[in-house]
Design a protein around this ligand. Structure first.
Ligand code: G3P
Length: 216
């Protein structure tokens, strides 16, 4: 299972990368706006930290031609840039065109299995169903992941499923049990995944006992 880090914060990206568990980065306009920085210098800094792993950057145009144009500009920032395209009929047109130009895509804002099916048919490299936002409206987001994984396995689609809009460690656990390809995880949740109270208690006890050992 791959872990992407879902943030545009360079410090979080650096820390996640140094931990050795990060296989890519995903951003979106809201995450970038949170950094309150000039877009170009922020993206340059992120690309300076991560050269060898996919970085998803999102387009904001609504027409296919606009998305294609933006995607081409973004993809010039590095070989590892993946262009995030929203799940619309215009987005599907753009995905098809970008695939033929060898540009990797991540279809975003996916909330139904049939949207995922369309994006896979268009040839999207990655597909991002947003599970937390479904949970927020009292629909079980993880059921969507189960359905998408089943459909993709039925037909051997090559698109990889990125479980997105993850809010807590149980989302990651459930995504792993289902067999989703990737989870894109906020830094805070990556930290939470590493913690267990018995680990902390164990370390404290070992240190106390270590102090009792006579040393010359
Ligand atoms: O990867 C998509 C993610 O950033 C959306 O998360 O928490 O805004 O629903 P959230």
């Amino acid at each position: 299972m791959k872990f992407f880090i879902d943030t545009a914060n360079p410090d979080e990206i650096r820390k996640g990368y140094e931990m050795g568990v990060i296989d890519g980065v995903t951003t979106n306009p809201s995450l970038i706006a949170k950094e309150k920085r000039d877009f170009d210098s922020l993206i340059k800094e992120i690309c300076g930290i991560i050269h060898d792993l996919p970085i998803s950057l999102e387009v904001v145009g609504s027409k296919a031609e606009e998305m294609i144009q933006e995607a081409q500009t973004l993809s010039r920032l590095g070989d590892n840039i993946v262009v995030k395209i929203p799940m619309t009929t215009e987005g599907l047109k753009a995905i098809k065109a970008l695939v033929s130009r060898g540009i990797k895509t991540n279809t975003t804002l996916v909330f139904s299995p049939t949207q995922a099916l369309l994006a896979a048919k268009a040839g999207s490299t990655y597909i991002s169903p947003f599970i937390g936002r479904l949970d927020d409206i009292s629909q079980t987001g993880m059921e969507l992941i189960e359905q998408i994984v089943t459909i993709f396995n039925n037909y051997d689609f090559e698109s990889e499923v990125i479980v997105a809009s993850i809010r807590h460690p149980i989302h990651v656990l459930e995504a792993a049990l289902i067999g989703a390809d990737i989870a894109t995880i906020p830094y805070k949740v990556i930290e939470q995944l590493s913690k267990h109270p018995l680990t902390d208690i164990g370390i404290e006890k070992f240190l106390e006992d270590w102090k009792k050992i006579p040393k010359n």
